[in-house]
Design a binder for this molecule. Structure first.
Ligand SMILES: [Zn+2]
Length: 469
């Protein structure tokens, strides 16, 4: 049984999917106007791990995460650079995907782009107007917050508290609103901004309506899990609930998951402090697997502090795991015995305990800190219960067990397995080019390099074929 903390009830609850064996999950993605920073990376890593654990447990996960590709920040950047907003967002989506690959984040089932879903947003806004939950003033459409009785149920704020803080909510040019608590669903364009047609004005959608629409389109009116950083609880997720539930007349998401903040050297990450760290900068110093391992060393609902010391500690920790896997592989290659012995069967059975500990930790609101501890227990056991005398089969089973648990955490311990087909093809092309140039030494070197990675080349009449050893 998986239990997870639901921001909505402020309790840990048993996860019961809407549909047997399936998880419908939506994670709010980044606004793409710059390289992502490590604060953006935390929810990506956390919820990718949540997804991986559901899959490990046999669930079929439909994982949707958007890119917000129209926004004031994107437009501002485009003006600064003298290029189109589209060029900026396309560039930073590509860069973001590179970073995500480095952090071993599985590609989402779907990454919808806000700009490709405007039609659906216009329809949803129209539905809200028709139902009396929204109104138009001078080309702008606002959500009538007070009309939605459950407003505040996620952030546990009540309307009167919000009312007393309403000055902060007032934005210049929005004094035409019926109520200061109302928020924008559609706004007219300003000169030079990208825009779309709508019944109210040429303009663009507000940020909150994007997620309501994309979640509905790709996952349905009701979903199991909606997730994001805790900074999104209010107003973003609160407003999403107000929009979706008013438009669809149904409960939007059953479980709301939020990860805690990431600090840098015990300070909040901010532009003014100049302590922003991009994932790209980290990647110049470390393998991004280290960043992933660091993020998972704490529970996702605990604030996490990023520092050079902690990154070094994570690097060493990850190395211990990878070294254990390397040793197993080395011993497998040189094993004298093939078949597992009875004593080894028993020794292997004892590792069930670590799997049990790992699953218990993950079942308990995805406690990756304890899950990592279980992996370390397994590593220690492997190091003390294998030797040159071990059989290949026994070593292989241990390696598979270690790899499987690490895979849930998204940690690659068996690097050779991860060699991509396209990389192999590229090396084959280089080898062909070397042969053509009669540089046989180079061609042989490439063949050997591939062989060391477990890839066997076969020269056939139809060309070079490869297979895994
Ligand atoms: Zn969102």
């Amino acid at each position: 049984m998986i239990e997870l903390y639901n921001t909505l009830s402020r309790k840990k609850e048993e996860f019961v999917p809407m549909e047997e064996g399936k998880v419908r999950m939506y994670v709010c993605g980044p606004t793409v106007y710059n390289l992502i920073h490590i604060g953006n990376a935390r929810p990506m890593i956390v919820f990718d791990t949540v997804r991986r654990y559901f899959e490990y447990k046999g669930y079929d996960v439909n994982f949707v995460s958007n890119f917000t590709d129209v926004d004031d920040k994107i437009i501002k950047k485009a003006i600064e650079e003298g290029v189109s907003a589209d060029e900026i967002s396309k560039r930073y989506i590509a860069e973001c995907k590179k970073d995500m690959e480095g952090m071993n984040i599985k590609p989402a089932t779907k990454n919808p782009l806000a700009t490709e879903e405007i039609c659906g947003m216009v329809d949803m806004i129209q539905t809200l107007i028709d139902k009396g939950y929204a109104y138009e003033k001078n080309g702008t459409v606002y959500y009538r917050t007070r009309k939605f009785e459950d407003y505040g149920k996620l952030s546990h704020k009540n309307l009167d508290d919000l009312r007393s803080g309403e000055r902060a909510l007032l934005v210049t040019g929005e004094d035409e609103k019926e109520d200061p608590l109302d928020f924008v669903l559609w706004k007219p364009k300003k000169e030079g901004e990208p825009f779309w047609e709508s019944p109210w004005s040429e303009g663009r959608p507000g940020w909150h309506i994007e997620c309501s629409e994309m979640s509905k389109k790709y996952l349905g009116e009701q979903i199991d899990i909606h997730a994001g950083g805790e900074d999104l609880v209010f107003p973003h997720h609160e407003n999403e609930i107000a929009q979706s539930e008013a438009a669809n007349g149904k409960e939007f998401a059953k479980y709301w998951m939020h990860n805690a903040f990431l600090n840098i050297d015990n300070k909040k990450m901010s532009k003014s402090l100049g302590n922003f760290r991009t994932v790209r900068e980290i990647s110049e110093q470390y393998d991004l697997q280290v960043l992933r391992f660091f993020m998972l060393s704490a529970h996702y609902r605990s604030p996490l502090n990023f520092s050079a010391d902690l990154m070094e500690a994570s690097k060493n920790g990850l190395e211990r795991i990878v070294n254990a896997a390397e040793n197993l592989k080395f011993r497998m290659k040189n094993a004298k015995e093939e078949a597992i012995t009875e004593a080894e069967q028993e020794a292997y059975a004892k590792t069930e305990e670590f799997v049990g500990k790992f699953e218990a930790a993950m079942d308990d609101d995805f406690n990756t800190a304890d899950a990592v501890a279980a992996v370390f227990d397994l590593v220690k056991y492997i190091n003390t219960n294998t030797s040159e005398e071990s059989s290949a089969e026994y070593l292989k089973k241990l390696l598979e067990r270690l790899t499987k648990l690490c895979d849930v955490l998204g940690l690659i311990v068996d690097k050779e397995e991860e060699m991509l087909a396209e990389d192999i093809e590229k090396m084959i092309e280089e080898r062909q080019a070397a042969r053509k140039a009669k540089d046989f030494a180079k061609a042989d070197a490439i063949r050997d390099e591939l062989l060391a990675k477990g890839i066997i080349l076969e020269d056939t009449r139809e060309g070079v074929k490869w297979k895994k050893a």
